[in-house]
Ligand binder design. Structure first.
Ligand code: HEM
Length: 68
């Protein structure tokens, strides 16, 4: 997440798609994940504009994570 949003992390883990393949992660799981992320950003008082930008970027990862 840090990597795709322009953070300084150098990610050396597995491909996101490979890591989540076969885990049967659903659209409902994804919705919860995004709700928790939004709540975390709120708790850290991230301004609305930046919050929306982060959520939009992370939303793009859905296709590599959700299978059904
Ligand atoms: C913003 C969305 C997400 C990101 C950025 C993300 C990122 C990651 C990363 C980096 C890994 C480790 C890859 C490695 O082994 O090197 C991972 C593993 C995993 N993720 Fe996610 N994830 C996301 C959403 C989810 C969701 C929604 C679920 C389930 C509800 C999930 C379940 C898991 C599980 C179970 C593993 C461990 C898989 C294994 O070790 O075989 N992830 N994820």
């Amino acid at each position: 997440m840090c990597k795709v949003t322009g953070g300084s992390n150098y990610y050396m883990g597995r491909e996101i798609k490979t890591a989540h393949a076969g885990l049967n992660i659903s659209g409902g799981d994804w919705k919860k994940n995004m709700r928790y992320l939004a709540q975390a950003l709120d708790r850290c008082k991230v301004p609305q504009k930046e919050k929306e930008e982060v959520l939009a970027i992370v939303e793009n990862m859905k296709r590599d994570i959700v299978e059904n």
